[in-house]
Design a protein around this ligand. Structure first.
Ligand SMILES: Cc1cc2nc3c(=O)[nH]c(=O)nc-3n(C[C@H](O)[C@H](O)[C@H](O)COP(=O)(O)OP(=O)(O)OC[C@H]3O[C@@H](n4cnc5c(N)ncnc54)[C@H](O)[C@@H]3O)c2cc1C
Length: 440
């Protein structure tokens, strides 16, 4: 028998709970891992084949586990976005179009770009951030996942001297959440990492974060799930939900015609959760903010020095992450935000921005060998916070999406909190601000 528990989840007493998780990105895979370890019978339904998982957003991202990161909704961000709208090579490009959903999303985004909203969001994001690396480290050590994980912070690298004060002010504002930082002037930075050009003014070292090779992390995590009894259904898209007259979600219909019955269904399909949610009668308006990466190999001869940790280049917003993959040292350049309809052809000029945006900071970028290019979507809500929790109007349905540029970082703790909610335990952080029904 099912009943609602005090945290808004549902309990099936005495029965092993059957849960279907839609999506094997970092959010879905983390949720499945925590559910299985709490005794649930879990099936993960993933549209892609297993070999494509490292190419999802959860594999192609920059790999910065940047706890204490600000959300997109920062004071002034909406006005800056409007100005940038006309330039195809601005860091944030919004393809101009008359689309009611986009206009309503942008309006709500604008309403949240203020200090009060930022302070409110940061108090929760910072709390999630503090927990998430512990949760991730438990996963990595339990499953012996080798993904070049290093908890050595990240550098906000500033090219222009006049921008150092602003970078320092941003770091100082994070002190109240307990995050530690250090200012490095140009010479100290070059002494630490000789790869930086003489023109670079300095950096802020945010000390508590980590970085990894995300493709290896997500591949290792999904490979570990069957060892905990999770059934992985790859190449299998969820097409719809089955619900009773009262709205209780009881099954997921697959594109191949099968129906998977469940006591709980977790919608963790990244940016595609919006369209799927609407089929169940739930509105989680998401915009897909596309970003790109270029993976670079070091030639054996004439090897330029690599940064020792992950970086974000302050003026160009390009993330630069060193990672060792298959015994080889590599560098990933990642970034740019492009809001437009899904599945449009790549904007090659935006991929080039990664090179232009890093050459001014780093020696020898042009001597590295480009081995692959990639594009993927960040699932963005209009208020800068993820959507995580139970859908009260649709008992049995749970949502975990909308992590935008922080999904790799916050996916592990999201998975833990949602699994706790589903089995009737108190979630490890308060989910009320992330209510998936707040957009209705
Ligand atoms: C360029 C770039 C750089 C980034 N850098 C960072 C970073 O440094 N740090 C950080 O924390 N975050 C970063 N992010 C954000 C992060 O990658 C995302 O927030 C995160 O990967 C979202 O994870 P997810 O599990 O919600 O979605 P996804 O990884 O997109 O997974 C969703 C899965 O659902 C599947 N799916 C979709 N529809 C269906 C269906 N109908 N049936 C079954 N399966 C379905 C998809 O195939 C996919 O595998 C970056 C993103 C980009 C694009």
């Amino acid at each position: 028998m099912s009943r609602t528990n005090q945290f808004g989840g549902s309990l099936s007493e005495g029965i092993k709970k059957r849960v279907v998780v839609i999506g094997a990105g970092i959010v879905g895979a983390s949720t499945a891992w925590h559910l299985a370890r709490r005794g649930c019978e879990v099936t993960v339904v993933e549209r892609d084949e297993q070999s494509a998982i490292p190419e999802s957003a959860s594999g192609g991202n920059a790999g910065l586990l940047s706890i204490g990161h600000y959300p997109l909704t920062r004071p002034g961000a909406s006005w800056r976005g409007m100005r940038w709208m006309l330039s195809r090579t601005a860091p944030l490009y919004i393809k101009p179009r008359l689309d009611r959903e986009l206009i309503s999303w942008l309006w709500n985004f604008h309403l949240h770009c203020n200090q009060r909203s930022l302070d409110r969001s940061m108090s929760l994001l910072a709390e999630m951030g503090w927990q998430t690396l512990t949760v991730l480290e438990e996963m990595l050590s339990t499953e012996q996942i080798a993904c070049d994980y290093a908890r050595d912070g990240w550098l906000d690298v500033v090219l222009k001297k006049e921008n150092m004060a602003a970078a320092e002010a941003e770091a100082r504002a994070l002190e109240r959440y307990g995050y530690a930082w250090e200012r490095l002037d140009g010479d100290a930075l070059r002494k630490r990492d000789p790869c930086f050009r003489a023109e670079v003014a300095g950096a802020i070292h945010m000390k508590d974060s980590a970085h990894c090779a995300p493709n290896d992390l997500i591949a290792g995590l999904v490979a570990a799930l069957p060892r905990h009894g999770v059934t992985m259904r790859y190449g299998c898209a969820a097409r719809n939900f089955r619900q009773s007259r009262s709205g209780t979600i009881s099954a997921v219909e697959l594109a191949n015609g099968e129906t998977l019955h469940a006591d709980a269904v977790v919608l963790a399909a990244g940016v595609w959760s919006d369209a799927l949610g609407r089929l169940a009668g739930v509105k989680i308006p998401l915009q897909g903010a596309r970003g790109y990466h270029a993976q670079l190999d070091l030639p054996d001869a004439d090897r330029p020095a690599l940064p020792s940790t992950g970086l974000v280049l302050h003026e160009t917003f390009v993330a630069v992450t060193p990672m060792e993959r298959g015994g080889k040292k590599q560098l990933r350049l990642a970034g740019t935000l492009e809001i437009g309809p899904l599945d449009q052809p790549w904007m090659r000029e935006r991929l080039s921005m990664l090179f232009k945006g890093s050459a001014a900071y780093l020696h020898g970028i042009d001597r590295l060998v480009r081995t692959s290019e990639w594009a993927g979507y960040r699932p963005c809500t209009s208020d800068g916070l993820p959507a995580v929790g139970a859908v009260r109007r649709k008992p049995g349905l749970f949502v975990a999406t909308g992590h935008a540029m922080m999904g790799m970082t916050l996916g592990p703790v999201t998975g833990k909190a949602l699994a706790q909610l589903i089995v009737g335990q108190r979630p490890c952080f308060d989910l009320s601000m992330l209510d998936p029904e707040r957009f209705e």
